[in-house]
Structure formats: structure tokens, C-alpha cells
Design a protein around this ligand. Sequence first.
Ligand SMILES: [Zn+2]
Length: 292
Amino acid sequence: MHCPQAVKAAAFFLLPIFSTAAELSGQNALAYTGKLVSFGARPAGSENARKMQAYIAAELKKFGCQVIEDGFQARTPAGMVAMKNIIARFPGKNGKALAVTGHYDTKRFKEFTFVGANDGGSSGGLLLELARAMQGRPHNSDIYIVWFDGEEAFAEWTATDSLYGSRHLAGKWSADGTINRLQALINIDMIGDKDLRLEDELLSSESLRRMVEQIASQLGYARYFSGRSVAVEDDHAPFLRKGVRAIDLIDFDYGPSNSWWHTSQDTMDKLSAGSLQVTGTIVLEMLKRLDQ
Ligand SMILES: [Zn+2]
């Protein structure tokens, strides 16, 4: 029997599914990455980096978040360099905070030809798409999305020549108390590779590694994981050292024997929207579970 009443009830029941939250789009994340790469080599302190920063800040203004430009001077082997982290804050209501972070600088090479599509580009681009997808999405904690400057070493990677932006922000958030509200930090790096294989990163907090493992299994994403357990010092490290629960989502095998890493081979044609979609979906699922 045809029953209009039931149809109406079903339609009403379905309504909340069409929420105002924007869906995460890997295609958008890839387009944002392409836009960042179009500025050329983007090492910390360069003119190209400043143009990219202005672009990101302008985009963020469309997303209804607070935009904080965190400028600072860094002592590097090349002298004092003006750097800037960009922070998008989506205010919550429970006094707690969660952060999603990644770097947007590219490693400085003499020839100034390294455009870092995957290394610097993919993290910067996916963070923009995550910020867009946060619009209208219900959450209890403050959500911070952070573009770190100066992740790359100017010379050889050492404790003082690397992670300039994340070391600066970990210090600043310690001083102003934000770090005490921070429940977890999720860092993303080199997550655009067409052949996405995320590592089980060993410095990362055990509870977050287990959470990612569970999410991967529940979403059928096991094939996007390398099965390797490797330690990678990345922008999550300064926060781990201050006792923050943190994880690095990274695919540290880029091209045959990692041969595209830090070379002119790191270009847009090596990336895929699908890989960005997978990583972005994992990040949003983690935020949902952590947002208590
Ligand atoms: Zn790098």
C-alpha cells in the first residue's frame, strides 16, 4: 500500500544528513596544492613564500575562522630569516583544543628550482581543504589548523637547523598556556604521493597510532599503509617534547627508493586527489573521535 505519511516521515528523517558541513574533496586539496606550487620554490624568507602566505591568509578569510599570522625571526646558518606560521582557529566551546598541522615551506636549493609538490605543497594544500571543510562542521574543542614555516633545514638537518616554525609555536603555546588545553596534534607531511603508503611513525604517541590503525581498518584503508615502523623527526617532535600527544602522518617513500624526495622530480604529476582524500578523511575522523 502506498503510504504518503511514511514517505514524509522518511524524508524528514533524511534531512539532517544534508548538513551544512562542507564535504572534504581530494580534488580541491589537489587544486590548492597546485596553486601553492604555482608560486615556485617557496623556501622560508623568500619572496615566493610571502606571496603564498598572502594567498593562504586571503583564502582563510572566506572560511569564517580566526586567522593568526605568527611572524618571528629565526637564527639560521644563512643568518636571521623572517618566518611566519599561519594559524586558522575555529573556536569551540569546551575550553579544549586540537591541532592539525603541516609545513608549507620548501627546501632551499641554490638553483631555486625545487618546487616541492609533495614535500611542502601537499601538506599546505590539504590543510587549506581541511579548513574549508571545517566550515559548518560541529565541534566542541577549538580546532587549530597550522601552516608551519621553516620545517626544512637550511644546511644539514640538526636540532637547531630544522623545524623552525614548530619549535617557535611550541614555545609560544607553552608561554601562553594553549599547550595545556591541547589534547592532540596531528601533523601531515608528504601525503600526496599517488602511491600513498603511510608509515607507522615511531616517535608518535602510542594511543594515536592505535587510533589510526583502527580507523584504517574500519574504513578499508589498510592498502594505504606501508606496514613499516620508522622514526621520522618532523613538526610533531617539538610538541611531543613538551608532553603533547601527537602523531605524524607521513609517507616517507616517494618514487623508486625515495628518489623523488628533495629533487626536481617532486612535481604535481606525482600526486593524486585520491591520496589527499584518504589522508584528509583519516584526519577528520581522528578529530571527530578526539573532540570530546
Ligand atoms: Zn623536505
